[in-house]
Design a protein around this ligand. Structure first.
Ligand code: KG4
Ligand code: ZN
Length: 341
Protein backbone atom coordinates (compact mmCIF):
# COMPACT_ATOMS: atom_id res chain seq x y z
CA UNK A 1 0.00 0.00 0.00
CA UNK A 2 1.13 3.61 -0.48
CA UNK A 3 0.90 5.52 2.78
CA UNK A 4 1.65 9.10 3.86
CA UNK A 5 2.81 9.71 7.44
CA UNK A 6 3.14 13.00 9.33
CA UNK A 7 5.12 13.58 12.54
CA UNK A 8 4.86 16.80 14.58
CA UNK A 9 5.26 15.65 18.19
CA UNK A 10 8.13 17.94 19.14
CA UNK A 11 10.39 20.23 17.11
CA UNK A 12 10.64 18.40 13.79
CA UNK A 13 7.97 18.74 11.11
CA UNK A 14 8.25 15.60 9.02
CA UNK A 15 6.32 13.83 6.27
CA UNK A 16 7.17 10.54 4.59
CA UNK A 17 5.72 8.33 1.89
CA UNK A 18 6.09 4.58 2.43
CA UNK A 19 5.17 1.74 0.09
CA UNK A 20 5.59 -1.96 0.98
CA UNK A 21 8.25 -1.14 3.58
CA UNK A 22 10.20 1.12 1.22
CA UNK A 23 10.67 4.71 2.32
CA UNK A 24 9.98 6.58 -0.93
CA UNK A 25 10.59 9.95 0.74
CA UNK A 26 11.25 11.31 4.22
CA UNK A 27 11.31 15.10 4.52
CA UNK A 28 12.32 16.57 7.88
CA UNK A 29 12.20 20.27 8.70
CA UNK A 30 14.07 20.78 11.96
CA UNK A 31 13.40 23.77 14.20
CA UNK A 32 16.67 23.48 16.15
CA UNK A 33 17.94 26.89 15.01
CA UNK A 34 14.67 28.56 16.06
CA UNK A 35 14.70 27.12 19.59
CA UNK A 36 18.47 27.47 20.13
CA UNK A 37 18.03 31.13 21.08
CA UNK A 38 15.79 30.07 24.01
CA UNK A 39 17.96 27.14 25.16
CA UNK A 40 15.16 24.61 24.65
CA UNK A 41 11.98 23.86 22.74
CA UNK A 42 9.32 26.58 23.17
CA UNK A 43 5.97 24.79 22.59
CA UNK A 44 4.13 27.85 21.23
CA UNK A 45 6.88 28.52 18.67
CA UNK A 46 7.06 24.84 17.74
CA UNK A 47 3.32 24.80 17.05
CA UNK A 48 3.47 27.90 14.86
CA UNK A 49 6.32 26.37 12.87
CA UNK A 50 4.39 23.13 12.39
CA UNK A 51 1.38 25.13 11.19
CA UNK A 52 3.58 27.00 8.73
CA UNK A 53 5.51 23.94 7.55
CA UNK A 54 3.28 20.89 7.51
CA UNK A 55 1.84 21.57 4.05
CA UNK A 56 5.11 22.46 2.28
CA UNK A 57 6.81 19.48 3.96
CA UNK A 58 3.96 17.15 2.95
CA UNK A 59 3.98 18.48 -0.60
CA UNK A 60 7.75 18.00 -0.78
CA UNK A 61 7.42 14.40 0.48
CA UNK A 62 4.75 13.59 -2.12
CA UNK A 63 6.78 15.22 -4.89
CA UNK A 64 10.01 13.44 -3.89
CA UNK A 65 8.14 10.12 -3.85
CA UNK A 66 6.48 10.85 -7.21
CA UNK A 67 3.11 10.13 -5.63
CA UNK A 68 -0.07 12.17 -6.11
CA UNK A 69 -2.21 12.73 -2.99
CA UNK A 70 -5.10 11.08 -4.83
CA UNK A 71 -3.17 7.80 -5.10
CA UNK A 72 -2.49 7.50 -1.36
CA UNK A 73 -4.13 4.43 0.13
CA UNK A 74 -3.75 5.37 3.81
CA UNK A 75 -2.64 8.27 6.00
CA UNK A 76 -0.97 8.07 9.43
CA UNK A 77 0.26 10.54 12.04
CA UNK A 78 1.80 10.59 15.49
CA UNK A 79 -1.00 10.56 18.06
CA UNK A 80 1.20 10.90 21.14
CA UNK A 81 3.07 11.36 23.33
CA UNK A 82 4.45 14.82 22.68
CA UNK A 83 3.81 18.53 23.03
CA UNK A 84 0.00 18.86 23.06
CA UNK A 85 -0.48 21.66 20.55
CA UNK A 86 2.37 20.49 18.32
CA UNK A 87 0.84 17.01 18.06
CA UNK A 88 -2.54 18.46 17.06
CA UNK A 89 -1.13 20.10 13.93
CA UNK A 90 0.10 16.96 12.16
CA UNK A 91 -2.58 14.69 13.59
CA UNK A 92 -5.53 16.88 12.59
CA UNK A 93 -4.02 17.69 9.17
CA UNK A 94 -3.51 13.96 8.47
CA UNK A 95 -7.04 13.11 9.64
CA UNK A 96 -8.54 15.80 7.39
CA UNK A 97 -6.55 14.55 4.44
CA UNK A 98 -7.60 10.93 5.06
CA UNK A 99 -11.21 12.03 5.43
CA UNK A 100 -11.14 14.00 2.17
CA UNK A 101 -9.48 11.11 0.32
CA UNK A 102 -11.82 8.55 2.01
CA UNK A 103 -8.79 6.50 3.06
CA UNK A 104 -8.06 4.80 6.39
CA UNK A 105 -6.29 6.89 9.00
CA UNK A 106 -4.02 5.47 11.70
CA UNK A 107 -2.75 7.25 14.83
CA UNK A 108 0.68 5.99 15.87
CA UNK A 109 2.44 5.92 19.23
CA UNK A 110 5.68 7.89 18.83
CA UNK A 111 7.78 5.56 21.01
CA UNK A 112 6.40 2.44 19.36
CA UNK A 113 7.59 3.88 16.04
CA UNK A 114 11.08 4.43 17.51
CA UNK A 115 11.18 0.69 18.31
CA UNK A 116 11.14 -0.13 14.59
CA UNK A 117 13.45 2.62 13.25
CA UNK A 118 16.58 0.42 13.79
CA UNK A 119 15.07 -2.02 11.27
CA UNK A 120 15.00 0.65 8.53
CA UNK A 121 18.25 0.90 6.60
CA UNK A 122 19.85 1.29 3.20
CA UNK A 123 19.69 3.84 0.45
CA UNK A 124 16.87 4.34 -0.35
CA UNK A 125 15.85 3.21 3.14
CA UNK A 126 13.63 0.17 3.52
CA UNK A 127 12.29 -1.81 6.47
CA UNK A 128 13.98 -5.16 6.88
CA UNK A 129 11.43 -7.04 8.96
CA UNK A 130 12.73 -10.30 7.52
CA UNK A 131 15.73 -9.88 9.82
CA UNK A 132 13.59 -9.10 12.87
CA UNK A 133 14.60 -10.74 16.16
CA UNK A 134 12.98 -10.27 19.56
CA UNK A 135 15.05 -7.60 21.26
CA UNK A 136 15.64 -5.15 24.06
CA UNK A 137 15.31 -1.65 22.65
CA UNK A 138 16.85 1.52 24.08
CA UNK A 139 15.03 4.73 23.13
CA UNK A 140 17.14 7.66 24.13
CA UNK A 141 16.57 11.28 23.12
CA UNK A 142 16.01 14.78 24.42
CA UNK A 143 12.55 13.90 25.66
CA UNK A 144 12.71 10.17 26.40
CA UNK A 145 14.94 7.49 27.87
CA UNK A 146 13.42 4.03 28.09
CA UNK A 147 14.07 0.34 27.77
CA UNK A 148 11.49 -1.79 26.03
CA UNK A 149 11.26 -5.55 25.54
CA UNK A 150 10.07 -6.16 21.98
CA UNK A 151 8.91 -9.77 22.26
CA UNK A 152 7.70 -10.04 18.67
CA UNK A 153 6.80 -7.73 15.84
CA UNK A 154 4.09 -5.36 17.10
CA UNK A 155 4.32 -6.75 20.64
CA UNK A 156 6.29 -5.05 23.39
CA UNK A 157 6.50 -4.40 27.12
CA UNK A 158 7.94 -1.27 28.72
CA UNK A 159 10.74 -2.30 31.09
CA UNK A 160 11.76 1.05 32.54
CA UNK A 161 12.13 4.74 31.85
CA UNK A 162 13.77 7.81 33.28
CA UNK A 163 12.37 9.03 36.58
CA UNK A 164 13.44 12.61 35.83
CA UNK A 165 15.64 14.04 33.05
CA UNK A 166 16.14 12.20 29.76
CA UNK A 167 19.73 11.38 28.73
CA UNK A 168 19.66 13.98 25.92
CA UNK A 169 18.36 16.53 28.40
CA UNK A 170 21.32 15.68 30.63
CA UNK A 171 23.72 16.36 27.74
CA UNK A 172 21.90 19.60 26.95
CA UNK A 173 21.67 20.85 30.54
CA UNK A 174 25.24 20.00 31.58
CA UNK A 175 26.43 21.49 28.28
CA UNK A 176 24.55 24.66 29.11
CA UNK A 177 26.35 24.79 32.50
CA UNK A 178 29.61 24.75 30.52
CA UNK A 179 28.35 27.56 28.26
CA UNK A 180 27.71 25.40 25.18
CA UNK A 181 24.86 26.35 22.84
CA UNK A 182 21.62 24.31 22.68
CA UNK A 183 21.41 21.46 21.90
CA UNK A 184 24.74 20.62 23.54
CA UNK A 185 24.70 16.85 22.84
CA UNK A 186 26.33 16.93 19.37
CA UNK A 187 28.93 19.52 20.51
CA UNK A 188 29.84 17.46 23.59
CA UNK A 189 30.18 14.38 21.37
CA UNK A 190 32.65 16.29 19.17
CA UNK A 191 34.64 17.85 22.05
CA UNK A 192 34.74 14.52 23.89
CA UNK A 193 36.72 12.90 21.06
CA UNK A 194 39.70 15.01 22.23
CA UNK A 195 39.08 14.54 25.94
CA UNK A 196 39.68 11.86 28.54
CA UNK A 197 36.58 10.11 29.84
CA UNK A 198 38.33 9.23 33.10
CA UNK A 199 39.60 12.75 33.82
CA UNK A 200 36.77 13.58 36.24
CA UNK A 201 34.71 11.08 38.19
CA UNK A 202 30.93 11.55 38.00
CA UNK A 203 28.23 9.27 39.42
CA UNK A 204 26.63 6.55 37.29
CA UNK A 205 23.04 6.99 38.58
CA UNK A 206 21.05 3.77 39.10
CA UNK A 207 23.61 1.70 37.18
CA UNK A 208 23.56 -1.10 39.74
CA UNK A 209 19.90 -0.77 40.82
CA UNK A 210 17.89 -3.91 40.22
CA UNK A 211 15.40 -2.28 37.85
CA UNK A 212 15.36 -0.89 34.32
CA UNK A 213 14.74 2.74 35.26
CA UNK A 214 17.07 5.69 34.79
CA UNK A 215 17.70 8.98 36.56
CA UNK A 216 19.94 11.73 35.21
CA UNK A 217 18.99 14.77 37.32
CA UNK A 218 21.57 13.87 40.01
CA UNK A 219 24.37 13.73 37.46
CA UNK A 220 23.43 17.20 36.25
CA UNK A 221 23.47 18.47 39.86
CA UNK A 222 26.89 16.96 40.55
CA UNK A 223 28.27 18.68 37.42
CA UNK A 224 26.78 21.95 38.67
CA UNK A 225 28.45 21.61 42.11
CA UNK A 226 31.70 20.53 40.50
CA UNK A 227 31.76 23.69 38.35
CA UNK A 228 30.85 25.88 41.33
CA UNK A 229 33.77 24.39 43.29
CA UNK A 230 36.16 24.82 40.36
CA UNK A 231 35.17 28.20 38.87
CA UNK A 232 38.34 28.61 36.78
CA UNK A 233 38.34 25.08 35.40
CA UNK A 234 36.95 25.97 31.99
CA UNK A 235 39.59 28.67 31.38
CA UNK A 236 41.60 25.79 29.97
CA UNK A 237 40.15 24.33 26.75
CA UNK A 238 41.52 20.86 27.51
CA UNK A 239 39.54 20.80 30.77
CA UNK A 240 36.38 21.52 28.76
CA UNK A 241 37.13 18.58 26.45
CA UNK A 242 37.92 16.32 29.42
CA UNK A 243 34.74 17.40 31.19
CA UNK A 244 32.63 16.66 28.08
CA UNK A 245 34.27 13.24 27.78
CA UNK A 246 33.78 12.48 31.50
CA UNK A 247 30.09 13.46 31.54
CA UNK A 248 29.52 11.53 28.32
CA UNK A 249 31.27 8.47 29.82
CA UNK A 250 28.96 8.56 32.86
CA UNK A 251 25.82 8.77 30.68
CA UNK A 252 27.02 6.12 28.22
CA UNK A 253 28.11 3.70 30.99
CA UNK A 254 24.62 3.80 32.50
CA UNK A 255 22.83 3.41 29.15
CA UNK A 256 25.05 0.53 28.01
CA UNK A 257 25.17 -1.20 31.41
CA UNK A 258 21.43 -1.20 31.96
CA UNK A 259 20.60 -2.16 28.37
CA UNK A 260 22.96 -5.12 28.45
CA UNK A 261 21.72 -6.30 31.83
CA UNK A 262 18.09 -6.24 30.63
CA UNK A 263 19.08 -8.11 27.45
CA UNK A 264 20.86 -10.83 29.43
CA UNK A 265 18.04 -11.17 31.95
CA UNK A 266 15.41 -11.51 29.23
CA UNK A 267 17.63 -13.83 27.18
CA UNK A 268 17.10 -11.96 23.92
CA UNK A 269 19.61 -12.29 21.08
CA UNK A 270 19.35 -8.71 19.87
CA UNK A 271 19.64 -5.14 21.16
CA UNK A 272 18.40 -2.09 19.25
CA UNK A 273 18.72 1.65 19.87
CA UNK A 274 17.16 4.81 18.47
CA UNK A 275 16.46 8.44 19.37
CA UNK A 276 18.69 11.51 18.99
CA UNK A 277 21.28 10.41 21.58
CA UNK A 278 21.86 7.24 19.53
CA UNK A 279 23.79 9.57 17.17
CA UNK A 280 26.41 9.78 19.95
CA UNK A 281 29.61 8.11 18.77
CA UNK A 282 30.72 6.88 22.19
CA UNK A 283 27.32 5.28 22.78
CA UNK A 284 27.41 3.60 19.35
CA UNK A 285 30.96 2.36 19.97
CA UNK A 286 30.41 1.12 23.53
CA UNK A 287 27.07 -0.54 22.75
CA UNK A 288 28.86 -2.18 19.81
CA UNK A 289 31.68 -3.61 21.88
CA UNK A 290 29.43 -4.65 24.80
CA UNK A 291 27.04 -6.48 22.45
CA UNK A 292 29.93 -8.14 20.63
CA UNK A 293 31.34 -9.39 23.97
CA UNK A 294 27.92 -10.71 24.98
CA UNK A 295 27.28 -12.36 21.60
CA UNK A 296 24.28 -10.11 20.90
CA UNK A 297 23.23 -8.72 17.53
CA UNK A 298 23.11 -4.92 17.65
CA UNK A 299 20.88 -2.82 15.39
CA UNK A 300 21.42 0.91 15.74
CA UNK A 301 19.11 3.30 13.94
CA UNK A 302 21.03 5.12 11.21
CA UNK A 303 21.95 8.62 12.41
CA UNK A 304 19.50 10.31 9.99
CA UNK A 305 16.70 8.10 11.37
CA UNK A 306 17.71 8.43 15.05
CA UNK A 307 16.06 11.81 15.45
CA UNK A 308 12.34 12.27 14.98
CA UNK A 309 11.10 11.49 11.49
CA UNK A 310 7.92 10.45 9.70
CA UNK A 311 9.55 7.44 7.99
CA UNK A 312 9.40 5.41 11.21
CA UNK A 313 5.76 6.47 11.72
CA UNK A 314 4.90 5.39 8.18
CA UNK A 315 6.76 2.07 8.32
CA UNK A 316 5.00 1.09 11.56
CA UNK A 317 1.59 2.33 10.33
CA UNK A 318 1.82 0.28 7.14
CA UNK A 319 2.90 -2.80 9.11
CA UNK A 320 0.01 -2.38 11.53
CA UNK A 321 -2.62 -1.89 8.84
CA UNK A 322 -1.28 -4.95 7.00
CA UNK A 323 -1.54 -6.93 10.27
CA UNK A 324 -5.21 -5.98 10.61
CA UNK A 325 -5.04 -3.12 13.10
CA UNK A 326 -8.30 -1.18 12.89
CA UNK A 327 -8.07 2.40 11.60
CA UNK A 328 -8.31 5.31 14.02
CA UNK A 329 -11.46 7.42 13.75
CA UNK A 330 -11.33 10.67 11.74
CA UNK A 331 -12.35 12.58 14.85
CA UNK A 332 -10.11 10.85 17.40
CA UNK A 333 -8.05 13.19 19.58
CA UNK A 334 -4.32 13.38 20.17
CA UNK A 335 -2.95 11.80 23.36
CA UNK A 336 -0.08 13.94 24.64
CA UNK A 337 0.62 11.62 27.60
CA UNK A 338 -0.02 8.34 25.80
CA UNK A 339 1.75 5.58 27.74
CA UNK A 340 3.76 2.85 26.06
CA UNK A 341 2.19 -0.31 27.40
O1 KG4 B 1 15.43 12.47 18.87
P1 KG4 B 1 15.55 13.91 19.23
O2 KG4 B 1 15.52 14.90 18.12
O3 KG4 B 1 14.34 14.07 20.19
C1 KG4 B 1 13.88 15.03 20.94
O4 KG4 B 1 13.54 16.09 20.36
O5 KG4 B 1 13.73 14.71 22.11
O6 KG4 B 1 16.86 14.08 20.11
C2 KG4 B 1 17.44 15.31 20.43
C3 KG4 B 1 18.40 15.06 21.58
C4 KG4 B 1 19.02 16.34 22.13
O7 KG4 B 1 18.99 16.27 23.53
C5 KG4 B 1 20.45 16.29 21.61
O8 KG4 B 1 21.39 16.94 22.43
C6 KG4 B 1 20.71 14.80 21.59
O9 KG4 B 1 19.49 14.23 21.15
N1 KG4 B 1 21.79 14.45 20.67
C7 KG4 B 1 23.00 13.98 21.06
C8 KG4 B 1 23.76 13.80 19.90
N2 KG4 B 1 22.99 14.15 18.82
C9 KG4 B 1 21.78 14.54 19.31
N3 KG4 B 1 23.47 13.72 22.29
C10 KG4 B 1 24.72 13.25 22.37
N4 KG4 B 1 25.53 13.07 21.30
C11 KG4 B 1 25.09 13.31 20.05
N5 KG4 B 1 25.88 13.10 18.99
ZN1 ZN C 1 11.37 10.76 19.48
Amino acid sequence: MTLLAIETSCDETSAAVVREGQVLSNVVSSQIALHAEYGGVVPELATREHLRNWLPVTRAALRAAGVAASSLEAVAATQGPGLPSALMVGFKAAQALAFALRRPFLGIHHHEAHLYSPWISGDPPAADFGAFQPNVSLIVSGGHTMLVHVEAELRHTLLGATLDDAAGECFDKTGKLMGLPYPAGPTMDRLATEGRGDAFDFPRPMLTDRNDDFSFAGLKTSVRYFLQKNPRLLDDGQNLRDLCASIQAAIVDVLVGKTLRAARRLRVTCVTASGGVTCNRALRRDLGSACARAGLTLRLAEPRLCTDNAAMIGVLAERKLAAGTLPTSYDAETAPSLALL
